[in-house]
Design a protein. Sequence first.
Length: 178
Amino acid sequence: MVKQARFNKEIAKTLQKELDLKNVMAVPSLSKIVVNMGVKDAITDKKNIEKAAVILSQVTGQKPKWASAKKSISAFKLREGDKIGLVVTLRGRKMYDFFERLISIVMPRFRDFHGVKKTSFDGNGNYTLGFTESTVFPEIDPGKVDKIQGFEVSIVTSAANDKSGFALLKALGMPFVK
């Protein structure tokens, strides 16, 4: 299990040597994991976003926060302030538990999974990956899902660049494509 205690005891010391850092406090670590779900059908029917909120809370174990439209767009029949998305921010123990489930249970459930791409870093050591459906999570019963909904998972690290962010995620067990 990738718990914070294991990170502090084992992984931090190996990363310190690998990245050639003088202080163990300079070693990059996970800051937070942000799970974001945009619900495009929320404009036509408000029940869609409530169903998506139930799915997201089952996946993350935390109640999602509503994301509202910042400005009106008449072509999409969207008004400022309409609820169009959901956001969950995970920190601490829940973050490490979600990360462990992500790499050990969810990713191996994909057919022909060979790892995640190294190109999804943002330049600051943060990694984002998207899921086209939420039914890959064991908490979701595929028979009870009316509409398949995708979401994004952003793994925010304290790394200064992509190289140290990659080293951190690789040390934590993230399966990258070779």
